[in-house]
Structure formats: C-alpha cells, structure tokens
Design a protein around this ligand. Sequence first.
Ligand SMILES: [Zn+2]
Length: 410
Amino acid sequence: MRRLSDDDAPTIGRRTFLRWLVGGAVGAAAGCGGEDVPITREERERLDARTRAELAASGRGPLGPLRFRGYRGLAELPWFELDADGHPVLAAADVPAGIDLHTHLGMALLLAPAPDLHARTERVAYFLDCDAEPGGCELDLDVYMNLNFTPAMLRALRFGALRQFTIGDAAARTHTIPNLAAELDRAGFERAAVLPIAFGLPFRDDLSERWLAALAESPERQRFVPGCSVHPRDPDAVERLADFAARGARIVKLHPEMQRFRPDAPEALDVYAVCERLGLPVIFHAGRSGIEPERLRPYALPRHFDAVAERFPGLPIILGHGGARDLPDAIPIAERHANVWLGIASLGASAILRLLDRLGPERIVFGSDWPFYPVATSLVKLLLATKDRPEAREPVLRGNALRILAFRDA
Ligand SMILES: [Zn+2]
C-alpha cells in the first residue's frame, strides 16, 4: 500500500479547507434572512418525471434525432462550417444578426484572483467542454442541455465552481470579453447582454462593479449590453441599482436559487419598483435545472413569478431558460402577463418548437448561457425549430430584445 508522502498531506488539507471555506461563506450569506419555501411532493416528483419523459422522447419529435459528435459536429448542418481552429462558424447569410440576452464572464469571488477579462486565449473552456477530447462528447440537442454532462463532467463542474471562490479557475480565465466578442462573430451575433450575479457573500462580491468597469474600458464595448445584479436582502440594493444604471447597466440579473430568495417575497419588491422606474428589465434564472442542490430548487419555481408580473406591469421580465425543466409551468405565466418573455437558453430543440407553438415568436428571446455552452448550440436549436417558419427568427433573435431593452420608449 502506498504511504501518504509529505506532498500528499497539504493537498488533502487544502481540499478540506476549501470545502469548509466555501460552505461556510455561502452558508453565512444564505443564513441572513433566507426562508424555507414550501414545495409539494407532486412538484418534487414532477422534475424527475419530466426528465425521464424528455430523455425518452429525444429524437422522436418532428425534428428527428439531433445527436452530434461534439460542437464540431454542428458543421454537418447546412448553416455551419468549421473554421481553421475547428470552431463552428455561421455560414448562412439569411439569419438575422442576433442579440444574446444571456451570457456571463469569468467569475472569481472571495479569495480567488480576478481573471483578466481583457485577455484573448486560444480556446474557450466551456463548462460543457464537449470538444476537449478530439472525438468530442456526444451532444443531444433535443434534451435540456445539462443532460449532456456525464457524471465525471458534473463533478468537474462542481470543483470548478469551488475554485471560483478560492484559488481561481483556469476555465474562468478563458471567459473573457475578447473571447465572447470572437464567439459573437462566429455565430453571426451583433451583441450580448453580460449578466453578473450578486451572491450576497461577506466580501469580494462585486462582479457587477468589476464587469461594468471592464466592459466600459473594452474597445469592443458596443458589442455588449452591460448587466448588473443586487442581492434583494442588501439594505443598499436600491442605491446600488441607481448607481449601476448611471454606470451604463441596461439589464438586471436575479438568480433566486443562488441568491436564496423567493421572487415574490416582500424583500424583493423594492428592487422591482426601482427597476420599473429606471427602465431596467429583469432577467431571472427561472425554474429547476435539475443539477442544483435540492434544497435550492423551491426558490425558482415558476409560480413565484406570477405575483411579480401582476404587480409590476411596466417591468419587462424575462424568465431565463424558459423555466428550465419547469417549462410547462412557465408558459402560462407568459400567457397571463404581457410583460413576461421566456428565454431559450438550455432548452432542447423540441421544447423550443413547443414554446413557439404555444406562445408565438413575439414572447420568446434568445439566450445561450455562454460560457456554459457555445452560442452556436442555442442558435442551431432555434434554426431547427424555425425551419418551417423562418419569419419567427427575427423577433426571437433580435426584435424582442430590442423592444425589451427600450421598454421605456415603446
Ligand atoms: Zn446563466
């Protein structure tokens, strides 16, 4: 049996330390005011039932099987070809120049050194790094995107998240402004909204400040719609929002799971009132993705958004991921409220098709969730879902986003 050497000891110690540190910091932040949100047994079971049903139905819908060998495999489709580095590049001339309302930059919090957001790197390490191996992973575009993670990839994702709080993550150093701009060029996109999250941590929780400053300095700033975030339990949230808007923020991101708040809780109402007054649309992480810790799942259930949309009719609300695995519960919210749009980030192609059938293209907006996945994967799913109605592409890819971002003047 191999004995522990002196080299092993600090590694084990450091790992334990990191777990303790992040668990403690996030726990401390969550402890301030977060409440237990009731969830029914039926709601709990619905998540698994929907996942099973989606996997079983994959490839059997009107679009047929949509399995590809890595991101490079997208070049089998008529719209894409590969560039010299093996990236899929949009080759079709008739696709409107898109606006991606859902992207992020490299995160570093607490002790992690901030990545250089102006660096250009040879490749982007997507969270689903499907082309990391030469053969590429198997990519099924007919299911919710995170079902493509293998258990090993999910473990790596969780460790990457841990490094974002501690020693810094190598992948995060590739999630930079020039890399996102290059990706927008490859996918034929005009602009992207960049969305930070205010986690409510005790220190170094300033992604909004850092990203707004970095975007303002970037020579490519006209390619981006700067976003900001506040924590609803931050006593300075209202002042902070006004300050962010003055520094150029045009959209607000709220993540009920990561921020541990119920969207219709009284603590969040002031935030919505200010956003409505300042003309800042709010994009929520909405619905259960199925890979988050179970105790966080009740926070983002679509039913929590009904009262918000009702009470703030002048506030444009985007339910990101279309409510994720809870898509069927998010659709009626958009049907009831004219100020609610559903985002398509992570949804499978058949789910996007269903969404178009139910809501029509005027209430759907494009999102990729870059750097989780390439912008091209979301685009491909939309192009497939609109094969027989290409006129739906302009509103989803750009028209609705333009209207939402200029809601004040509409
Ligand atoms: Zn996201």
